[in-house]
Design a binder for this molecule. Structure first.
Ligand SMILES: [Zn+2]
Length: 81
């Protein structure tokens, strides 16, 4: 029986790196290790809030995941009030 990976594969065998930049591998067909999508949004938000990253660039990073891009954008807008 094949073992099912649930929390990434640090060995790098699957070649499907988590998009948050943690260096772990996501499950096949996934962009992120479970829960790391939220981490990535938080990381980008902190970078934007600290003026280290343009909002447009942050959006570009999340272009493959419009749901996350929308989440980040909402967070930024709340922060600007
Ligand atoms: Zn990750």
């Amino acid at each position: 029986m094949k073992k099912v990976e649930t929390h990434g594969d640090p060995s790098g065998q699957s070649g499907n790196r988590c998009k948050c930049g943690c260096g772990l591998n996501a499950r096949l067909g996934r962009l992120y290790v479970q829960g790391h999508d939220a981490k990535h949004v938080a990381k980008l938000f902190r970078a934007v809030a600290a003026d280290k990253l343009d909002v447009a660039d942050a959006m570009l990073v999340l272009r493959e995941t419009p749901v996350l891009a929308a989440k980040l954008f909402a967070q930024i807008q709340r922060n600007m009030k």
